[in-house]
Design a protein around this ligand. Structure first.
Ligand SMILES: Nc1ncnc2c1ncn2[C@@H]1O[C@H](COP(=O)(O)OP(=O)(O)OP(=O)(O)O)[C@@H](O)[C@H]1O
Ligand SMILES: [Mg+2]
Length: 260
């Protein structure tokens, strides 16, 4: 880990420079700082998530402020139940907050309908779920092809095949999820998320079910995507090697974000 991240105090609208830029610029950066005028790819201000649970109201996340810049790689760590998956879902616009705001490329997610958020995500956001969420009635190849076809790409099949080859699954293209091991399903989910070369890739424990060698290969792939396409990476991980490769590290502790 070259840079230990900080929770940044962010106030006001995206793109107004201010606190987040100056906080980020006081820490050493692996890459040159973005120009002062550029806006964060992702920004959260006083973000919170509260749910009703069998034991009453539960605050899963509280007062989260952060800014993530285009091309950065960021790791989110924390104990089980600390709110990591919930945070990822909010930042990606898959879930809605109960307080605060999130902006993705300057669009405030809370101001959009679910359909508008889906349009914003299409081709821009890739997401690897902790539980994979592959479609059981589609083969590995079809699972990866589907979002490419929805995005209107002509070469969906060839691109899906090439991406599955990159994750080491050339011999499993026609297998259905139930015919794949946990690690293989995870790799299909990763291929599906990055086949469309999104601007930002969220991955929830992307190496959680993989052996060390395969995990390292998947790590290489994620960082190749980051390097070659400037894809911003937001990774939830318990894998210290993967976290160490990221530009910045955030730790969630009982729903609050802090520098580790
Ligand atoms: N819809 C919900 N209703 C009630 N409680 C919830 C709900 N969603 C999440 N929680 C609780 O919120 C807490 C945070 O959940 P989350 O899935 O974000 O944790 P996590 O940090 O990703 O954990 P893990 O490392 O085990 O994946 C957990 O204690 C969970 O039980
Ligand atoms: Mg989780």
């Amino acid at each position: 880990m070259r840079v230990r991240g900080e929770t940044e105090t962010v106030a006001g609208e995206p793109g107004n420079g201010g606190g987040a830029r100056s906080a980020a610029s006081t820490t050493p950066q692996r890459r040159p700082s973005p120009p002062a005028a550029s806006e964060p790819l992702l920004r959260a201000a006083d973000l919170g998530k509260r749910v009703e649970s069998p034991d009453g109201e539960l605050h899963i996340l509280r007062g989260i402020d952060l800014a993530i810049w285009p091309g950065e790689s960021v790791a989110v760590v924390g104990a089980s139940g600390s709110g990591k998956s919930t945070l990822l879902g909010l930042l990606a616009g898959l879930d809605t907050s109960t307080s605060g705001q999130v902006w993705l490329e300057g669009h405030e997610l809370g101001a959009l309908t679910e359909d508008e958020r889906a349009v914003l995500r299409a081709g821009r956001v890739g997401f690897v779920f902790q539980a994979f969420h592959l479609l059981p009635s589609l083969t590995a190849l079809e699972n990866v092809m589907l979002p490419l076809e929805l995005a209107g790409l002509d070469d969906a099949r060839a691109r899906a095949r090439a991406t599955l080859e990159r994750v080491g699954l050339a011999a499993r293209l026609k297998h259905y999820p139930r015919q794949l091991s946990g690690g293989e399903q995870q790799r299909v989910a990763i291929a599906r998320a990055f086949a469309a070369t999104p601007r930002v890739l969220f991955a929830d424990e992307p190496t959680g079910n993989l052996d060390r060698v395969t995990g390292r290969r998947i790590g290489e792939l994620l960082f190749a995507l980051n390097r070659e396409n400037e894809t911003t990476l937001v990774l939830v991980t318990h894998d210290a090697r993967l976290a160490d490769r990221c530009d910045r590290l955030f730790e969630l502790d009982a729903g609050r974000l802090r520098a580790p």
